[in-house]
Design a protein around this ligand. Structure first.
Ligand code: BES
Ligand code: MN
Ligand code: ZN
Length: 495
């Protein structure tokens, strides 16, 4: 899919297969709609006069024209009250337009929906949202299907304005395309089945990414390297699997050697059976998505390299397969983490925190400015927030706030959950420094409290994506937009 920009004072001159325009409440035409109405001898206003179309948000109607304009389809999109137009309405409107355009055989579509915007922020958000919405509506994972759906007709989406837009649209186009690309990589990787997407497969994906961008380098720690480093916690998770565990480190250098890196850490459990604490069979296939944290980190660093953000990033993907076998870690086993803390594995299904804690200790050696980890960590997160909003937990208020704001900027929403000493106490073990599960409820919080014992040296936030990383049987690419937006904001504010 191609995305392009256009400023044209007269939409009647635009060559396209479909032009989408805004109609506001009480049939009020946008500037672009007015110009097209004149060029079509009042076709739009005549239609509005005789129809039930009022311009309420969510309405749409397709008109065909053989008038003296360069486009045969005019798609009317209801946008509600003009002065109430905000990002939320923009999302609805763009989604509607993408759905309706996909129902036609248009190859080239022009969006003239942001034409009356005067606010920079809404313009920026809507520009990127347009690209992400179209990318999402066209995404398919059909590699293993013999009968593939016919290719979508749509080849190009042009975002057009009739007057000078109130934001830097060229930059927004680059950002939107980069984030869409990162999301696609993340989804393609996460949708792979567990027999294909092993820790080695994630390592190979990281390696080919590093080959594609000179700004990136990759290192892979093998099991013997991790043994030498004392990563007993991480290694305990893959012990039951014949697939070797890998700790994959991707460096993106966009800011020279002096600047401290931002660290991203992703849970990469390529299949989570639960181990000896075996999960029930229903929907266990979905545990191939237990590497979505790692997939979103790799997608985010790809987006950053595309945007050439002036930041340094170190990404750590903790990849292992959690299987039961005679070699597997058992409930009651005590392991020693890289930090020196001992952990009693009370439940082998609470494995995410075991791979993450050593990755979090390891990343400390890069002296990171902040560390953000993301993981499909707890089923409890779905109980708390369902499938719409990611949980954020942090040991630093400003970092939490920055993440929440970034999520709001790009419609990849988060909600902060608290952390407190009282919850940490739930992680007691009779024989070791801590247990890997906390009884007594608040599973998402106790999991984060476990991690917080390994992140005391730096500013840290944790994003639990158990409810948001996939929908049905399809990876969503979240939280790539959130992380990418956070890093964009970071790059913009550092001067
Ligand atoms: N990967 C799961 C969490 C999960 C479950 C994510 C369902 C998405 C959907 C994680 O490894 C896990 O099994 N967590 C346990 C922790 C418990 C044993 C303390 C859980 O949430 O049940
Ligand atoms: Mn588990
Ligand atoms: Zn898991």
């Amino acid at each position: 899919m191609n995305y392009s920009l256009l400023t044209s004072s007269n939409p009647a001159d635009i060559q396209s297969d479909c032009i989408a325009i805004s109609i506001f409440a009480n049939k009020k035409l946008s500037n672009a709609a007015m110009l097209l109405d004149t060029a079509t001898d009042g076709m739009i206003s005549k239609f509005l006069d005789i129809s039930d179309f009022s311009g309420n948000c969510g309405q749409s109607h397709l008109l065909y024209s053989d008038a003296a304009i360069q486009c045969s389809r005019i798609l009317l999109i209801g946008c509600g009250e003009e002065n109430a137009f905000d990002q939320k309405i923009a999302c609805t409107v763009i989604k509607k337009a993408s759905k309706k355009i996909a129902e036609t055989s248009a190859k080239h579509a022009t969006l003239l929906l942001l034409d009356t915007l005067s606010e920079r922020i809404i313009c920026e958000q809507s520009m990127r949202q347009s690209i992400l919405t179209f990318a999402d509506s066209l995404y398919r994972f059909e590699q293993y299907k013999s009968d593939k759906k016919e290719d979508a007709a749509l080849e190009e989406v042009c975002i057009a304005f009739t007057t000078e837009p109130p934001c830097d649209v060229a930059t927004m186009l680059i950002q939107g395309k980069a984030i869409a690309k990162g999301m696609q990589l993340s989804r393609d990787l996460a949708n792979q089945p567990g027999n294909v997407c092993t820790p080695s497969f994630i390592a190979e994906t990281a390696q080919s990414l590093a080959e594609e961008y000179t700004s990136m380098q990759v290192e892979v720690l093998e099991e013997q390297d991790m043994e030498a480093l004392g990563m007993g916690s991480f290694l305990s998770v893959g012990k039951g699997s014949s697939q070797p565990s890998k700790m994959i480190i991707l460096h993106y250098n966009g800011a020279g050697d002096e600047s401290r890196p931002i660290a991203l850490v992703g849970k990469g459990v390529t299949f989570d059976t639960g181990g000896i604490s075996l999960k029930p069979g229903g929907n266990m296939d979905e545990m191939k998505f237990d590497m979505c944290g790692a997939a979103s980190v790799i997608g985010t660093i790809n987006a950053c390299a595309e945007m050439k953000l002036p930041l340094n990033i170190v990404a750590v993907l903790a990849a292992a397969e959690n299987m039961p076998s005679s070699q597997a870690t058992k409930p009651g086993d005590i392991i020693t983490s890289m930090s020196g803390k001992t952990i009693e594995v009370l439940n082998t299904d609470a494995e995410g925190r075991l791979v993450l804690c050593d990755a979090l200790t390891y990343v400390g050696r890069y002296n990171p400015e902040v560390v953000i980890d993301t993981a499909t960590l707890t089923g409890a997160c779905i109980v708390a927030l369902g499938h719409h909003i990611c949980a954020v937990l942090a040991n630093n208020d400003e970092l939490a706030k920055d993440l929440i704001n970034a999520g709001n900027d790009i419609n990849d929403k988060t909600w902060r959950l608290p952390m407190d000493e009282a919850y940490s106490k739930q992680l007691k073990s009779a024989c070791a420094d801590l247990g890997n599960i906390g009884g007594g409820g608040a599973g998402t919080i106790t999991a984060a409290c476990f991690l917080s014992q390994f992140t005391e040296e730096y500013q840290w936030a944790h994003i639990d994506i158990a409810g948001t990383a996939w929908k049905g049987k399809n990876a969503t690419g979240r939280p790539v937009p959130l992380l990418a937006q956070y890093l964009i904001n970071k790059a913009n504010n550092q001067h």
